[in-house]
Design a protein around this ligand. Sequence first.
Ligand code: FA5
Length: 340
Amino acid sequence: MQEGMDKLELQLKEEVGNVQDLDELNNIRIRYLGKKGEITLLIRNMSKLSAEERPVFGKKLNELKASAETMLKLRKKELSSKLSTKRWEKERVDVTLPGKPFNLGRRHPITLVLQEIEDIFIYMGFIIAEGPEVELDYYNFEALNMPRHHPARDMQDSFYINSKMLLRTHTSPMEVRVMEAQAPELPVRIISPGKVYRRDDDVTHSPMFHQIEGLAVDKGITFADLKGTLLFFIKEMFGKDRDIRLRPSYFPFVEPGAEVDISCISCDGKGCRVCGGTGWLEILGAGMSHPRVLEVSGYDPEKVTGFAFGMGVERIAMLKYGIDDIRLFYTNDLRLLRNY
Ligand code: FA5
């Protein structure tokens, strides 16, 4: 029996010395010290020994068991530390390596110009009112004094959803929506920014573009208020040297109506290629609210008057940044977008 025990100890020593992973080490433990393990069976079979042999072999078997447990424990410690070193080597971070560049996004030039325009009007006491891009024919045309078959509808070729609904062609429907939503005695001073859609597509016309509508309604509002408001805006936006010119024009929802030009940014009004030699650049449409529009919106045109204007944001951005093709705003070319 002594010989068997010595052999077992040697065999265990060799196996523990060769094992390279923790699962295999556990299998060895089970094979020797588990419920049916070789050492466990020897201990169990001690009852078969004679009374003289039992204490001698009992002591030796306990020593063998203790030595096996120590061997397994030490190897487990050794393997665990070896494995965690290996893992650390694989996963470690080299803090001396240069970092990955972190790209910061920036605002689109149209967003920047929109915000700049909004800030100027907010400073003058206007508030922002936003509305739907999918609009009822009623608000986009009918309530703005353009009934079905009115020739002025042709000026804004539209994308229709069905016979009563379309993608709005301008932000003017918000004039009616805002007036309708509040008590007629209350004065209005709003700007309404947003996307609009038309069947247009060339270097100065995009099928989707942005407009900002303005509306002021109150007792005693005059054309002079309109001109003063726009002049203040233009000087804030393009500099104190800019002047404006109002030319008579026709929009069915204002009377009188005007096209507003600014003195050319490029030649300062002398006449150049940018302004086609005229010295002026057109930027928006404006006028005094038509009495019929005030009326359908619930306001009494005998008691109040109003002015309205609508400007194209891309047009203003093109002038401000000297961009000559509107499509550049929407091609997502970072070489352009990074500059603002
Ligand atoms: C209108 O849309 C009127 N609703 C403006 C208005 C409001 C007049 C209130 C009177 C009172 P117009 O179609 O001219 O008007 O468009 C206004 C501006 O939008 C133009 O001056 C131009 O800057 C811009 N614009 C028009 N069509 C396009 C387009 N396809 N792409 C880019 N900008 C455009």
